[in-house]
Ligand binder design. Structure first.
Ligand SMILES: Nc1ncnc2c1ncn2[C@@H]1O[C@H](COP(=O)(O)OP(=O)(O)O)[C@@H](O)[C@H]1O
Ligand SMILES: [Mg+2]
Length: 377
């Protein structure tokens, strides 16, 4: 039998819960062509939310086309341009013959090199001569607007892991170029989202940066307990099993409402359940999950400095005034500068999340492991 929980893939249909207001807002932004920026740590549900809203928006408006670009593995401008052209063309063509035709007809200076994938999706890939693109980036940057105008369409271009463009060569210049084109588009909107809060905030909220005030900012939260509890109940029920209320609450609590881990722990609990899931089963599943991840956690911990670990220890113990002399002494933290430095580094490498000055662990299982296994022993 198929298991009722999924993690690491886009959550759709019955696997998707909560996010009612966010979905409605996003559908509204898509259909009205309002630029949107979505920020949350990884695995909190950005891709799933964008995917859901995109489907709904296209059902609502038959002239709307939405394409998705993932910059996860994109390290330079060249790659970005070819992906942009490819995805925009694919989203606005119904057949690959049309796509090839479009790829040729919408460029005047650039000569696209087109290859058609041999896999069943027959996805087309588009490449350019890099020197040509450097001379005429406008053709690629304005492609969506041009196609939308000509075909009477509205287009939303979604760009995942957008903060990666900050790692391109000369990022400010590149961002200036993007923004100066994109802000003129009348028939195209952009939905830019990413997982590195500090980098996304820098790109979109610093007044000196080109993307300052480019669109509406949306901060995605974790999933509230009542939604998770209801979700666990219904997914267990769908598969002929049940989970009691305490056990459902315990899952939410042990993963600190983290969407990905909520599904993963629910899955582990479901697998251990014959008929009715109890708190004992959940605790068992949780221990197994911690155990399964411990090797990874050891590796992460090995990269941390002693000062960073001391700071984490104080944080985990729930110390509120870490910079007080007493606390610094107890946890062998050398100075307030060391605190600032540790905090910045831990946020930068995604161990901690800084939400409006409130620091928390990104990975609830790692926090648990540190507290109970690493520091606990
Ligand atoms: N709305 C949701 N309802 C239930 N589970 C979700 C939801 N959004 C995300 N998840 C869980 O989190 C995982 C990661 O979601 P994803 O959309 O890929 O996050 P992100 O794009 O922020 O990294 C999914 O595979 C799923 O297990
Ligand atoms: Mg994602």
């Amino acid at each position: 039998m198929e298991t009722p929980f999924i993690f690491g893939k886009i959550a759709t249909e019955k696997n998707f819960t909560d996010r009612e207001a966010e979905t409605a807002n996003l559908v509204q932004n898509f259909t009205s062509l309002i630029n949107t920026i979505i920020i949350s740590p990884r695995r909190w549900g950005k891709s799933s939310l964008v995917n859901k809203a995109a489907k709904l928006a296209m059902e609502k408006d038959c002239n709307l086309r939405i394409c998705h670009i993932d910059l996860f593995n994109v390290r330079n401008e060249e790659h970005f341009y070819s992906l942009l052209a490819q995805k925009v063309i694919a989203a606005t063509s119904t057949k690959w013959e049309e796509a090839v035709e479009n790829a040729k007809s919408f460029f005047s200076h650039l000569v696209p090199k087109i290859t058609i994938g041999s896999d069943p999706t027959n996805e087309i890939a588009i490449d350019f001569d890099w020197d040509d693109v450097k001379r005429n980036p406008d053709e690629v940057l304005d492609l969506a607007e041009k196609i939308a105008k000509e075909k009477g369409l509205k287009i939303v271009v979604c760009v995942d892991e957008f903060q990666n463009i900050a790692e391109f060569a000369d990022p400010d210049y590149f961002q200036k170029k993007l923004r100066s084109h994109w802000q003129q588009h009348q028939h195209v909107a952009y939905c830019l989202y990413g997982s590195k809060r500090h980098m996304m905030l820098e790109v979109f909220t610093h007044s000196s940066k080109p993307f300052y005030k480019f669109g509406t900012l949306m901060f995605l939260d974790k999933i509230d307990t009542p939604y998770l509890v209801e979700f666990f109940h219904s997914r267990f029920k769908d598969t002929g099993k049940s989970i009691n209320d305490d056990a459902a609450h315990l899952i939410a609590e042990l993963v600190d409402n983290h969407p990905y881990y909520a599904q993963q722990l629910a899955q582990q609990s479901w697998l251990r359940t014959n008929d009715a899931c109890t708190t004992d089963i959940v605790r068992d599943a949780h221990s197994a999950l911690v155990e399964q991840l411990s090797l990874l956690f050891v590796t992460i911990t090995e990269t941390l400095t002693t000062q960073q670990l001391n700071y984490l220890k104080a944080l985990i113990a729930g110390e509120k005034a870490i910079s007080s002399i007493d606390v610094m002494h107890r946890y062998q933290i050398s100075s307030t500068t060391a605190i600032t430095r540790s905090k910045t580094a831990l946020i930068k490498n995604d161990i901690l999340d800084n939400k409006a000055g409130e620091v928390s662990f990104q990975d609830p299982i790692y926090a648990y492991w540190l507290k109970n296994e690493f520091f606990g022993k």
